[in-house]
Write a protein that binds this ligand. Structure first.
Ligand code: C2E
Ligand code: CA
Ligand code: CA
Ligand code: CA
Length: 275
């Protein structure tokens, strides 16, 4: 009966049961995925105002032997809960650094920056700074080409620790970008204390930018604020020329989104870049 309440009904929902089983199964598989080399990095282009490639964002993919491609939206939160994200994060860091070194050889890829997503749990590791430093040294990657994407919520968890670690990493020469900007609760007062290089306008504001006056106003404010703080700004989720032109008109001069390319395997990315 309805009076039994939502929680009781949902508890017996067979669909819910399936998803709990799937979750458990995925979590079990996650533990062996790294050893069996089932993760892959896809790369999505970031372009400047003239459409020239300026960098890429690395996005993790899990090619499961029977499930096929598992979305990071599914496995990253699970990996964060069970701690696997620390090992996945190290693998991403190492793979990205090796990729940067490989790209150094070719004029068509030499100047690309490579951004990786850093999870809160990984960043909070006491030896995170040392891990990044060790990987840069081991691979010989140019720190100035490595960009770490942080989110507002992880920064807010412990602002003092965050500033200390970011400052140490900054001294190594890496770049910082604030991901999903506008969705969190950043206040200007601490934003200006962080050694950031770039702010990434979240795709939820870009989507209806040309039709929704609130989104347009928010984007305009973010761009103005970034510029006042001396930060670069990039918009993500740019799918149409209308959105791109709108962003350009308001001073945003870097873009990422399906309009310029989907996340793709490195071979495909290189094919599109090499002459
Ligand atoms: P994110 O960092 O905000 O990455 C952007 C997401 O938007 C990606 O989803 C990308 O494929 C998608 N996207 C890019 N352009 C467009 C567009 O024009 N339109 C639309 N609708 N979507 C676009 P993806 O690859 O599924 O990744 C989802 C999230 O998973 C990422 O969001 C990030 O938070 C997380 N993630 C992915 N890889 C990693 C990783 O290696 N480490 C960590 N910690 N998180 C990761
Ligand atoms: Ca990101
Ligand atoms: Ca994002
Ligand atoms: Ca996001």
């Amino acid at each position: 009966a309805k009076e039994a309440g939502r929680n009781v009904i949902r508890f017996f929902d067979p669909k819910m049961q399936t998803s709990i089983e799937t979750r458990a199964a995925i979590e079990k598989d996650l533990r062996i995925a790294l050893e069996q080399h089932q993760f892959k990095l896809y790369y999505q282009l970031q372009v400047d105002v003239a459409g020239r490639p300026q960098g890429v964002e690395a996005l993790s993919r899990w090619v499961h032997p029977t499930r096929g491609m598992v979305s990071p939206l599914q496995f990253i939160p699970l990996a964060e809960e069970n701690g696997m994200i620390i090992f996945i994060g190290l693998w991403v860091l190492e793979t990205a650094c090796r990729q940067l070194v490989a790209w150094q050889e070719n004029p068509a890829t030499r100047n690309l920056r490579l951004a990786i997503n850093v999870s809160a749990r990984q960043f909070r590791q006491p030896d995170f700074v040392a891990q990044v430093q060790a990987e840069l040294l081991r691979t010989g990657a140019d720190p100035a080409k490595l960009e770490l994407e942080l989110t507002e919520s992880m920064v807010l968890e412990n602002v003092e620790e965050t500033i200390r670690k970011m400052t140490e990493l900054k001294a190594l020469g890496v770049r910082f970008s604030m991901d999903d900007f506008g969705t969190g609760y950043s206040s200007l007062s601490y934003l200006k204390r962080l050694p950031l290089d770039q702010i990434k306008i979240d795709q939820s504001f870009v989507r209806d930018i040309a039709t929704d006056q609130n989104d347009a106003a928010i984007v305009q404010t973010i761009i103005a604020m970034a510029h006042n703080l001396g930060l670069e700004v990039i918009a993500e989720g740019v799918e149409t020329e209308v959105q791109r032109a709108f962003l350009e008109q308001r001073g945003c001069r870097a873009y990422q989104g399906y309009l310029f390319g989907r996340p793709q395997p490195v071979e495909e990315l290189e094919r599109s870049l090499l002459p």
